[in-house]
Design a protein around this ligand. Structure first.
Ligand code: GUN
Length: 350
């Protein structure tokens, strides 16, 4: 991620100094009250897609159309929506895409056969196996079978090794998107205290590694961390990726901190909505109208009051995951297809 190296633009104060808190607190004063800056993931995702559209025009002139295969196993409703959105974005950008659906009872062997066939097809540059897979499938074995050059999720051990050792490779999409949000919003990373709540292979571990490469001082927290709120309160940059609705409340947030919310949790009962929201009238109306209320891992009213900047749910990290998947597919196509695809340097995911 070459663009990420500009993490402290000229004139910005160094994180850790009093200037950091001042910088993030300088945001919006509405009705005499401080209100955090919203980091608009849709806008940043659109910016990245516009940059990719330029690259795709160039590739088209060299008769190259990057191709993505998205494998969906079973009928997990969230996975169905994610895969549909990924394929739709490919179509909108002019990438070739295939959605391959397998029954929930599919075996590891079936999936290994499918992945081997996709590895062998030249017009497929990227392979994505949507997670989670059903319990009878050995997920690690399937992910290891994907050709590392086509591993647009960045989950293959070869790409994980490259990420850890700071070598160029395909980087997991959500973590890469989080860095893009911070860098493009001019949030200082170098020298900042970053706390990641959640240690998943998909988000927690890789985003911690990327923040470290951008010179943050990084702590990873998890379910066994003692006094989680006190550790989180140290953070200039707090990443919540633990999968628990509104776990991060006011007491986790240092005033003026930047809070990145990776969670997408659906509340489906009035009791849940009342438990999460301090002022539940609006969300209760939404529950009645739509049948559910989407909430991240961060309490939305608290973060607005206390943070300096934050990503909303929806409209924060989600659009970046898709944009970075597109970026990885274009990058995989350029790397696989050699010289004719490299007439100019891409600005992303270098
Ligand atoms: N499930 C949740 N997030 C992801 C992701 O980034 N990639 C894949 N393949 N599955 C997921």
């Amino acid at each position: 991620m070459t663009s990420g190296m500009r993490s402290r633009p000229k004139g910005r104060p160094r994180a850790g100094s009093r200037g950091y808190a001042k910088l993030v607190r300088l945001h919006h004063v509405s009705g005499g009250r401080l209100s955090a800056r919203v980091l608009d993931g849709r806008k940043i995702g659109d910016e990245i897609q516009a940059e990719l559209a330029d690259q795709l025009r160039e590739l088209k002139a060299a008769r190259i159309t990057p191709g993505l295969a998205a494998v969906l196993v079973g009928e997990n409703p969230a996975s169905q929506i994610y895969v549909r959105n990924k394929v739709k974005t490919c179509e909108a950008l002019g990438l070739y895409s295939e959605r391959i659906e397998c029954p929930a009872a599919t075996s590891t062997e079936n999936l290994l056969g499918l992945v081997a066939r996709l590895n062998a097809r030249d017009e497929i540059d990227g392979i994505l196996v949507q997670l989670p897979l059903p319990p009878q499938v050995d997920s690690k074995q399937v992910l290891e079978a994907v050709d590392p050059a086509k591993d647009v999720d960045g989950f293959h051990p070869v790409n994980i090794g490259k990420l850890v050792s700071g070598r160029p490779g395909l980087v997991p999409c959500t973590p890469a998107g989080i860095i893009e949000i911070l860098v493009r919003s001019q949030i200082p990373i170098s020298g900042a205290r970053a706390v990641v709540v959640g240690r998943s292979d998909i988000v927690g571990k890789p985003v911690a590694m990327l923040l470290l490469h951008h010179h943050a001082t990084v702590t990873i927290c998890h379910s066994k961390t003692r006094d989680l709120a006190a550790v989180a309160r140290e953070a200039d940059i707090l990443v919540a990726a633990i999968g628990k609705a509104a776990l991060v409340t006011a007491d986790f947030i240092k005033p003026g901190a930047t809070v990145i919310d990776v969670g997408t949790n659906r509340l489906t009962t009035p009791e849940e909505v009342r438990r999460v929201f301090h002022h539940p009238a609006g969300p209760l109306r939404q529950l009645e109208a739509k049948g559910s209320v989407l909430v991240g891992d961060v309490q939305p009213e608290d973060v607005r009051e206390k943070a300096g900047a934050y990503t909303p749910v929806p409209g924060g990290v989600g659009p970046l995951t898709i944009a970075m998947l597109m970026a990885n597919t274009v990058k995989a196509a350029r790397l696989r297809r050699g010289k004719e695809a490299f007439r100019s340097q891409p600005s992303l995911a270098g």
